[in-house]
Write a protein that binds this ligand. Structure first.
Ligand code: F6R
Length: 635
């Protein structure tokens, strides 16, 4: 369905929407997109003159930017909500209205407290209706929407189960407002807020699929890599109750608004040669050829002219040369990305190597968002850089203190009391930990202790790699210091700290996490801060000699076409890396915020590094035990 929408599509822009059954637009950032969505809502509100504007709202992380923009429009441009009646999609059950984790609280906090909407115009399902009244309560909610003439606009997010509202997989397309059970994945996603999955309510009251489908206009927002799979299924897959958002294909006035990560699994981005003639560049050529190898399960040098032709790549052959030439080119590209000298090989030509040979001894600055990402993602490369005599520094951007359990903190308190006598501070920490209730914030002292625990683990990991303690920097960026999962917006203060360190060390290489799939977004914030810092100093002379390498590892790995440097590891180096990861004891066995993957970080890292080695090998390159992969980012 390639229809356009005046709010989001550039006029005359050709779209490659084959396979797509829902209108969708991709923006460079969620912030930019949220502004336009808020404008669409504001236009709707302003033009609803003779009747109230009936607005369906969602909670969760996706619509927060839209609410921020609506509040700004109210404050700066006088947008009034007096003529607006809102209906929220859902609410946990059971939950009290004033519970900090209720959607009722969320809506007040992000929107209603800051605009002029009359209280009586706000409708959010009540999470404390008595069980015997739920059925009639839900019917009333549904009736109220219908009696007002239905929803003029419904804002949606999408869950990792593909749910809309809390219509989980299996929901009926005729469903209306009702009590439902939450899917396990949905509960996992809420576990961070509720301090553990066991505290997440099992049920919720939600508008049904049919309630949503009857809205006159629907806009669904999805940001980030973790939404990409279900977004693609909803837009390109068959309509199925197993992906409830796919029901939206039958709506005639819907737009899905995405950022680049959320749209990455759509055919037009993932395999664009299947929907259009491409403008080929090195990255796209690599992407197409590795895709072809994977599809046919063949190494590069065995691909034939026919393989290219029969799999939608005849355009590549026509514009870029024979299969033989393409194969050789691709093989050389990958071969040249492999190096045991991540800081460059001194006294050797660097023409076909990923890094420069000079200066032979480089200053290397590794940024690690949390205190263990450095070793999880590039422990093998770090060891090589140190062994090869480079001047290596690691800067931990955040303290990672919220991920230390109370039980771990308690053990340190006990040891401290046992060894240093009856310190007042330790006794009060002991008391706090004894009395502490689930979900309450840590005191500043407890928070600091948890940060110190992670710091000591960094020292231990550094010892495994022979990295001096004095080379470790703990930046404690202010945006992270909230004592809870929700973080502050990053500010110039964060940028200045990162910038200051780069200016002080004047590195030849910076390594940073380009791992944007982390569940709480800390990696993305840390990378944005680094990019801002670099853009402020990129014209300084020392920055001309500075290369930026992005690593991944804790949550995802680079695709083969994105890899510019592949650093192999021997079996012994794999063990050394494992030991450095295991130094982060507080993150072992009972990781507090580990997302979907239940395995310890060392297992995840080893599997990813092994898989990268297998991928290179399957493409016809040498067989290594493991590989760490990096992408160069030019600024
Ligand atoms: C919220 C709701 C849910 C969320 C979805 C995405 O009212 O009904 O469907 O929209 O779970 O949540 P976030 O935006 O937090 O990723």
């Amino acid at each position: 369905m390639g229809n356009k929408n005046i709010f989001y599509d550039a006029p005359g822009k050709f779209q490659d929407t084959r396979f797509e059954r829902i209108h969708n637009v991709t923006f460079p950032s969620a912030a930019e997109a949220s502004k336009l969505v808020a404008e669409e809502i504001a236009t709707g509100i302003r033009s609803s003159i003779n009747k109230p504007y009936i607005l369906g709202l969602a909670t969760g992380s996706s619509p927060i930017g839209v609410y921020r923009e609506l509040v700004a429009l109210h404050k700066k441009e006088g947008l009034s909500f007096k003529n607006v009646i809102t209906f929220n999609l859902d609410e946990y059950f059971p939950i009290e209205k004033d519970d900090l984790l209720s959607y009722n609280h969320f809506m007040n906090y992000h929107l209603f407290n800051h605009i002029d909407i009359p209280k009586e115009n706000i409708n959010i399902p009540r999470g404390n209706v008595s069980s015997k009244d739920i059925y009639s309560y839900c019917n009333e909610y549904e009736k109220k929407i219908n009696n007002l003439g239905g929803l003029d606009f419904q804002l949606l997010g999408i869950g990792r189960t593909g749910h809309i509202g809390f219509n989980e997989p299996g929901s009926n397309k005729n469903s209306v407002t009702r009590l439902v059970s939450l899917d396990f994945i949905t509960k996992e996603d809420a576990a961070g807020d509720f301090n553990g999955i066991d505290n997440v309510p099992d049920k919720a009251i939600t508008m049904g699929v049919d309630t949503i489908m009857r809205a006159k206009r629907i806009v669904l927002l999805a940001w980030g890599h973790k939404k990409s799979e279900k977004v693609a299924k909803s837009i390109e897959g068959p309509i199925s109750s197993m992906v409830p958002a796919s029901f939206l294909q039958a709506h005639s006035n819907i737009s899905i608004i995405l950022d680049e990560e959320a749209s990455s699994e759509l055919t037009r981005y993932k395999t664009p040669w299947l929907v259009k003639d491409c403008k080929w560049n090195d990255t796209l050529r690599k992407k197409a050829i590795s895709w072809l190898c994977n599809k046919l399960q063949k190494p590069i040098l065995k691909l034939t002219q026919r393989d290219y032709n029969e799999n939608g790549l005849s355009d590549l052959l026509e514009t870029e040369g024979s299969a033989y030439e393409l194969n050789i080119w691709m093989f050389n590209q990958l071969q040249r990305s492999i190096t045991g000298w991540p800081g460059g090989k001194p006294n050797h030509s660097d023409e076909n190597r990923p890094e420069r040979a000079t200066p032979a001894r480089k200053r290397v600055l590794v940024f690690s968002p949390h205190p263990d990402d450095d070793v999880i993602s590039m422990g093998g490369t770090l060891a090589r850089l140190i062994d090869q005599n480079h001047e290596v520094y690691v800067a931990y951007q955040t303290s990672g203190n919220i991920a230390v359990s109370d039980e771990d903190a308690r053990r340190y308190v006990d040891v401290s009391i046992a060894t240093s006598g009856d310190s007042k501070k330790m006794n009060s920490l002991k008391l706090e930990l004894t009395k502490k209730k689930e979900g309450t914030l840590d005191s500043n002292d407890l928070n600091k202790l948890k940060g110190d625990i992670r710091k000591s683990e960094c020292f231990a990991a550094a010892r495994v790699l022979n990295l001096k303690e004095s080379r470790l920097h703990f930046l404690n960026l202010p945006f992270y210091q909230t004592r809870k999962v929700e973080k502050k917006d990053p500010s110039q203060k964060d940028v200045n700290i990162v910038k200051g360190l780069i200016e002080e060390l004047k590195p030849h290489q910076i390594f940073a996490a380009g791992d944007l799939a982390d569940p709480h977004g800390t990696h993305k914030i840390c990378l944005d801060i680094l990019f801002d810092a670099i853009s402020e100093i990129k014209n300084k002379s020392f920055m001309k000699d500075c290369w930026l390498w992005l690593y991944r590892g804790a949550w995802q790995e680079w695709d083969i076409n994105e890899i510019d440097m592949a650093v192999p590891m021997s079996p012994e180096q794999v063990i050394q890396k494992r030991n450095s990861i295991l130094s982060h004891q507080s993150q072992k066995d009972k990781v507090m915020y580990q997302g979907q993957d239940k395995r310890d970080f060392w297992l995840r890292a080893e599997e990813r590094n092994r898989n990268s080695a297998i991928t290179f090998n399957k493409l016809g390159l040498t067989e290594y035990q493991a590989i760490e992969a990096f992408k160069r980012h030019k600024f």
